[in-house]
Design a protein around this ligand. Structure first.
Ligand SMILES: CC(C)(COP(=O)(O)OP(=O)(O)OC[C@H]1O[C@@H](n2cnc3c(N)ncnc32)[C@H](O)[C@@H]1OP(=O)(O)O)[C@@H](O)C(=O)NCCC(=O)NCCS
Length: 341
């Protein structure tokens, strides 16, 4: 049996280069999985020709061997709760509802990208991912705190990566968790520190706003085309969900185009534009829609223009996790969505 059958083959030359330079371990996590166990992947052979059950882990002083299987709709509420445990931050109802809607959306669009680890019908971990055109994206990833650090996350991430095995590019917004960062680097991702700007918005700093309007359904093709120019792939069906969840602003002039989704209770959520001037205009317009306390998240160092806006608005600059990319540079001008990027 070909043990490499499950190793994602995208960007393999770059991975080989990193391995040769010693940056990435010589063997992938998948290479070292134990021999085939009695639990097999319920998916078709073409999705994963060589799948195995999860590794033995100790949970609450008991050794168990969880099954890693595709996520189903009945898992979603438990997964949301588990992610609250794992991140040490249970979401308020409105955010939990939006998380559940996003995950149910992914189960419809990318059932092969969403996996759980389960023992006796108890959820121990999950990974959800999506493929949009040439890009694989990790949406969410968590293991129950009492089961962490024992290899379960490795199995889940390998299963999700399989979904993107034909993709040229990969992207995800990583937490600061050292276990997660080990996993991503071992999978060949480059890690770029991200910043955040938060605090009370100084409304007197907002410049006159023009050339920005409310987005409509007919803008989705334009938005996908902006996405392709900035990050190599349109958001496609994700725009349909996002437009139902968040207000959308669009700027489309002879010199540039772009869009921003805004959560008025929190801050701008996803912004892409063809140039910095348009991005800056959209970010100001997005901030103007927000309540006084705002948060601009996921600002990679390639997006200094966003720092200029946030600092002018008297927000505080801080560090926040990493942008992890494979086969692509950190996009700009761009503020990614944490799950759909
Ligand atoms: C990230 C997460 C899903 C990984 O799952 P996991 O089951 O813990 O992962 P694994 O055990 O397979 O891998 C963890 C790696 O970190 C290592 N590790 C364990 N504890 C560690 C620690 N305290 N510091 C640094 N590394 C640690 C493990 O040895 C392993 O590395 P190795 O395979 O090279 O030996 C899980 O830890 C988690 O839920 N974290 C909190 C939520 C989070 O941040 N999710 C990621 C969102 S981007």
């Amino acid at each position: 049996m070909n043990r490499n059958a499950c190793i994602p083959n995208w960007n393999s030359s770059e991975l080989a280069k990193d391995r040769a330079s010693g940056l990435v371990p010589a063997s992938s996590a998948h290479d070292s999985l134990s021999p085939k166990q009695d639990r097999t992947c319920p998916l078709t052979a073409d999705l994963c020709a060589d799948w195995r059950g999860g590794c033995p882990v100790r949970v609450d002083d008991v050794t168990v061997t969880p099954l890693i299987r595709p996520m189903v709709p009945d898992d979603v509420t438990a997964a949301e709760d588990l992610s609250g445990e794992a991140f040490g931050d249970h979401r308020p109802v409105a955010r939990a509802t939006a998380w559940i809607a996003r995950t149910e959306h992914l189960l419809r669009t990318d059932p092969g990208g969403c996996w759980v680890a389960e023992q006796d019908q108890r959820l121990l971990g999950f990974a959800t991912s999506l493929v949009r055109e040439t890009t694989w994206i990790l949406a969410s990833y968590a293991v129950l705190p009492t089961a962490q650090g024992q290899g379960l996350g490795r199995g889940l991430l390998e299963a999700a990566l399989q979904h993107g095995r034909a993709c040229l590019h990969g992207m995800l917004c990583a937490s600061d968790d050292p276990r997660a960062l080990r996993r991503y680097r071992a999978a060949g991702f480059d890690l770029h520190p991200q910043m955040r700007l938060s605090g009370r918005l100084d409304r007197s700093s907002i410049p006159p706003l023009d050339k920005v309007r409310e987005g409509v359904e007919a803008d989705l093709d334009l938005m996908d085309s902006v996405d392709r120019g900035v990050r190599g792939a349109g958001h496609g069906v994700d725009h349909h969900l996002l437009t139902r969840q968040l207000p959308l602003l669009v700027s489309d002039t002879s010199t540039g185009s772009g869009y921003v989704y805004v959560d008025p209770a929190a801050g701008p959520r996803l912004l892409a534009a063809t140039n910095r001037r348009t991005a800056t205009r959209l970010l100001w317009a997005g901030l103007a829609l927000c309540q006084d306390q705002v948060l601009i998240e996921n600002v990679s160092s390639a997006n200094q223009w966003a720092l200029d806006v946030g600092l002018t608005a008297r927000l505080e600059l801080g560090h926040q996790g990493y942008l992890a990319v494979r086969g692509v540079r950190p996009p700009t001008p761009y503020l990614p969505h944490g799950s759909f990027l």
